[in-house]
Structures are given as C-alpha cells and as structure tokens.
Design a protein around this ligand. Structure first.
Ligand code: HEC
Length: 154
C-alpha cells in the first residue's frame, strides 16, 4: 500500500514536471529561480548565525531544517528554470549571464558541486556536530560562489 502510494506520487511528479516547465514563461522562470536562491540564502544565514557567528544559539532542529531546505532547493531540478531567453541580454530584471548557455560543461560542474555539497550539509546537520556543520557550510558557500562568479552578473 505504502509502496503503491509512493510510486503513484513519483509518477505524478514526473508527469507534472515536464509540461509545467515547458509552459513556464521567462518572467516566471526568473522570479522562481530568484525566490529559490533567496530562500536558500535565508537558510544559509540561519546556519551562519548559529554555527559560525554564534549570534544565535545553536539549535539542532533549526540547523537541520535549514540544511534540509537548502538541499531541497539544490535537488529541485532548477535547470528547468533556465531558458536561453531568460538571460540578461534578452530579458529584464535578471542577472543571468548569457555564457550560461555557451559553457554547458562548466554549468554541469558547478551545479553538480552545489547538489553534492548541499546533500552533504544535510547529512552533517543530522549528526548535530557543530564544527562539522560550520566546515560543510563553508563548502556549500563556495559552491554558491562558484556559480555566481561564472554566471551571475554583478
Ligand atoms: C547553478 C548556479 C547557481 C548556484 C549553485 C547558486 N546560485 Fe545564486 N544565483 C545564480 C544566478 C544565475 C542568479 C541570478 C538569477 C537571476 O537574476 O535571474 C543568482 C541569484 C542569487 C541571489 C539573488 C536573488 C534575487 O532576488 O535576485 C541570491 C541571494 C543567491 N543567488 C544566493 C545563492 C546561494 C545562497 C546559493 C547557495 C546556497 C546559490 N545562490 C547558489 C546562480 C546560482
């Protein structure tokens, strides 16, 4: 029963993903990816405050929730939010540089890295090891920056 439900949900998700992405217009892609990154940044900020700066008391549940949220963003299939027409030479209100579509290997590298580091942060957060969280937080931050340095306009 559980199995069937999970499978049905997975199939429904697959069935939904393609048409929704295809129908999404450029403005929606831009808004959605900006919101996703803002949401990730908000959660990164919580981890920074608790595990690095110490300006907020370390709360295992909050750290774990924040890491889960960042990993969810990383694993959400954000590539569907990037169309050629959504780069800053063709669209307004975006900082996406057009070279994103000329350097697929680099995009792949930074994206895979982001997912890997975010998944690792999620794992480390679950252990409750504050020092390890701080260390892995830095790795995730570097993976954010690597993409920005290459593909986000100032
Ligand atoms: C695969 C590339 C990539 C990765 C990885 C990435 N970003 Fe970004 N980020 C971008 C791009 C491109 C933009 C500009 C989006 C736009 O303006 O359309 C952006 C924009 C942003 C913004 C501004 C959003 C806005 O409202 O305009 C923030 C904040 C941000 N990123 C934070 C992060 C954080 C934090 C991480 C890591 C946890 C991260 N990003 C990972 C590419 C990336």
């Amino acid at each position: 029963m559980m199995k069937t439900t999970a499978l049905a949900a997975a199939l429904a998700a697959v069935a939904l993903a393609t048409p929704v992405a295809a129908q999404m217009d450029v403005e929606d892609q831009i808004e959605t990816r900006q919101s996703a990154y803002q949401f990730a940044a908000w959660n990164m900020g919580k981890i920074k405050a608790q595990a690095i700066d110490g300006s907020v008391a370390y709360d295992q549940q909050q750290i774990q929730a924040a890491a889960n949220a960042i990993a969810a963003v990383a694993n959400s299939g954000m590539s569907t939010l990037y169309s050629r027409d959504s780069a800053n030479d063709r669209a307004d209100n975006t900082r996406l540089k057009p070279n994103f579509f000329e350097e697929p290997m680099k995009v792949q590298e930074v994206a895979v890295n982001f997912v890997r580091e975010a998944n690792k942060l999620q794992e480390v957060a679950a252990t409750g090891d504050k020092a390890a969280v701080a260390q892995q937080f830095a790795k995730v931050g570097e993976s954010c920056k690597a993409c920005h340095d290459n593909f986000r306009a100032d």
